[in-house]
Design a protein around this ligand. Structure first.
Ligand SMILES: *[C@@H]1O[C@H](CO)[C@@H](O)[C@H](O)[C@H]1NC(C)=O
Ligand SMILES: *[C@@H]1O[C@H](CO)[C@@H](O)[C@H](O)[C@H]1NC(C)=O
Length: 274
């Protein structure tokens, strides 16, 4: 990992991490290009990098906005890395889950304006990541999908995934989406408000930076307090339950039946690739 070797607003790469590049596109705006091949899985290492990057940006008072996007073809992020949950010790699973919590807390509670430039599929944890942002722009390509589909794998999305979705699309839609593990096409996602805007694939990033300009016109102080007012109750709920939530996760994920279905799922992925 390199240090931030240039200050914003230089229009250049400002930091290179193992799994992402942070570039600045204009005054006060950074773009995080996730590059964890092949599908930007949220592994423990990747999450650790993301958290360090976010912390640095948060501390850099000249950086007011962050666009998150993928530099991988066809996918924004495939979500949590199953390899960090399969055949691992309870200690490893706990460490992994703490990192997932940390990522969510940092993004959902960010003082920066955050915009997800969703240029690819965004299932499960990828959908969660995009929902932590203030605004979502998705590529209008019917081959891409977005949604929290973990129940299909026999996994229960924890309460803070659920809360984030309720805050985004409302209770009833979340109730159906989570139980059925629904994935939405971009058009459907726009209709239910899971994304805010669809644009041509090659316009996703430019639209995100244009949108950022609109948000930057609002005085930071008022916008930040408003964001915090909206999100604080949801954040506090996890902050005061982190340990119990980790214990729940570890107890659940290390069950034989869950490990078995994760194993079968990984086999299926291997066959699909072959
Ligand atoms: C997302 O955009 C980046 C940069 O424009 C590009 O390299 C990548 O292939 C795109 N991903 C998708 C899924 O279109
Ligand atoms: C969730 O959706 C993604 C994208 O379609 C897919 O690759 C993944 O296998 C799905 N997960 C489950 C458990 O069905």
């Amino acid at each position: 990992m390199q240090k931030l070797h240039r200050r914003f607003p230089d229009a250049a790469i400002t930091a290179a991490f193992k799994w992402m590049i942070i570039a600045s596109v204009s005054a006060g705006v950074a773009v995080m290009h996730m590059q964890s091949p092949p599908v930007n899985s949220l592994s423990l290492e990747f999450l650790t990098d993301v958290c360090i990057a976010l912390e640095k940006l948060e501390m850099d008072k000249s950086c007011r906005g962050l666009v998150v996007t993928s530099s991988q073809p066809k996918v924004f992020s495939a979500g949590l890395d199953i390899l960090d949950m399969y055949g691992k010790s309870p200690e490893h699973c706990a460490e992994f889950w703490k990192a997932v919590q940390e990522m969510w807390l940092k993004f959902y509670g960010s003082d920066m304006i955050t915009i997800a430039a969703v240029n690819g599929s965004s299932p499960a944890g990828g959908c969660l990541l995009s929902m932590t942002c203030d605004y979502r722009i998705m590529a209008d390509n019917p081959r891409y999908s977005i949604g929290l589909n973990e129940t299909k794998l026999g996994i229960v999305a924890p309460f803070w995934f659920k809360d984030t979705m309720v805050n985004t699309v409302g209770h009833r839609t979340t109730e159906m989406a989570l139980q059925l593990g629904l994935l939405y096409s971009p058009a459907e996602a726009l209709k239910i408000g899971l994304v805010d805007q669809l644009v041509r694939e090659d316009q996703v990033l430019t639209t995100a930076t244009e949108t950022m300009t609109k948000w930057l016109a609002i005085p930071d102080h008022a916008r930040q307090l408003t964001k915090s007012m909206m999100r604080k109750p949801t954040i506090d709920k996890l902050t005061s339950n982190r340990e119990a939530d980790v214990n729940n996760f570890v107890k659940f994920i290390t069950k034989d039946s869950i490990q078995k279905s994760l194993g079968m799922y990984l086999e299926m992925l291997k066959r699909r690739k072959a």
